[in-house]
Design a protein around this ligand. Structure first.
Ligand code: ZN
Length: 100
C-alpha cells in the first residue's frame, strides 16, 4: 500500500486495487493532531502537576514524542482512510476495484 515511508502506492500489489486517485489531503493528519495532541497535552499536564519539572524536561519529553508519534501514526491512519474510502465506495470503480 505504501512506497517509502508515507507515499501511497499507485495500486495494490496483490489485487490491483487502484490507489492513485486517492486524495487523502490532510484527513489522516487532522485525526493525529486531534488525538495525539489531546493525549500529549494531557500527559504534559500530568507530568507538570505531579513532578513540576523545569521547562527543558518538557521540551526533551514532548518534542520527540510529538514528532515520533506523528510519523508513527500517519501511516496506519492513512491506511485507515483508504480502507474507509474503499468501504464507502469512494475509490474509482475500475475492474480491479469491484470486489462484491
Ligand atoms: Zn489488494
Amino acid at each position: 500500500m505504501f512506497v517509502g515511508l508515507l507515499k501511497i502506492a499507485k495500486q495494490c500489489n496483490d489485487c490491483g486495487l487502484e490507489f492513485r486517485s486517492q486524495d487523502l489531503g490532510d484527513g489522516a493528519a487532522v485525526f493525529i493532531v486531534l488525538f495525539l495532541g489531546f493525549f500529549l497535552v494531557g500527559m504534559a499536564v500530568v507530568v507538570e502537576v505531579q513532578f513540576g519539572p523545569p521547562m527543558w524536561v518538557h521540551l526533551c519529553l514532548w518534542t520527540p514524542t510529538t514528532i515520533g508519534g506523528s510519523i508513527f501514526f500517519l501511516r496506519p491512519f492513512k491506511a485507515l482512510m483508504i480502507a474507509l474510502h474503499f468501504k464507502h465506495g469512494l475509490l474509482p470503480t475500475g475492474k480491479a476495484n469491484k470486489i462484491s
